[in-house]
Design a protein around this ligand. Sequence first.
Ligand code: FAD
Length: 301
Amino acid sequence: MIIRERIAAPSPTLSFEFFPPRTLEGRKALDATIAELATTEPDFVSVTYGASGSTRDSSREVVRGIAQGYAFPPLAHLTCVSASRTELTEIIEEFLAEGVRGFLALRGDPPQGEPDWRPHPDGLIYASQLVAFIREVARVYGLGPDEISIGVAAFPGIHADERWRVQGLEVLQAKQDAGADFAITQVFFDAHQYLDLVVDAQAAGITLPILPGIIPVLDSTKASRLEQMTGVVVPPSLLAELAAAPNDDAARSVGVAHAAALARAVLEAGAPGIHVYTFNQHRAALELVDALDLGRTGRRS
Ligand code: FAD
């Protein structure tokens, strides 16, 4: 079953996100993390794609390792950043040749040190264009539209400003029209933000399933990194609880309990699954899975 079929199935999906390691030690640690989380039999796992050449190679290696070594499929993130159409074609074809059939099509964040996002002169500008581009490369490669799955990003919490809300929905609609099969959300900490996005999207005629992205926040350092990376503010009440925790284990319990409450709220309201941002660590993710009634429990080592 390919990823979009898994997401369309009635039982909620479970998936994890990893980022590409920069060092050999990081790679070994990530391999161990993936092996631990494999015990929960996820529906798929995704690997982010950076702006620099070295993390791109590392990302592709991790995706390749998952495609070859596990029963669940990888979802390869792909961005428009610093890539010509020719380069994008080569990367997509390489993934397809390795058996990868799932892509998360993103515009991407600008490379470090560049405040503004600037497209490659012979590249793509928007994620919706990348969706159509992947579909076309796959078609030329000989794959039918039902043989690959393409996901895109969606952003809860855009409701504060009506203009952003409408633009956000138009952009999501354009991604669906271009051939996206599902969306995964940016992190959020208020279930209503996700549920409002789903209701508004449906009212606007958007039918693709929207998977909530859930993150267990384990300490204030990771919280600030998350805020820097995403612009999403971690609730001060959660930060205060983490700060008051007497040790790392207690802090992890706090972060997992918050993530589990959020995941339960969106699953009970009909979310098609949960996508767990792992920060490449398995313990909190396994404890989160244990705390949810998804019919799976991970083996804890
Ligand atoms: P787009 O949909 O292209 O939107 C980018 C901007 O252009 C938005 O402001 C949008 O409003 C505007 N826009 C879009 N279409 C149009 C149009 N037709 N006309 C006018 N304006 C338009 N980043 C990485 O670098 N690597 C990753 O691996 C990665 N993984 C992610 C995974 C998830 C689940 C999420 C939610 C985000 C991820 N990101 C990643 C971050 C993402 O690339 C950034 O948030 C980026 O700023 C927006 O990406 P997008 O795909 O939504 O872009």
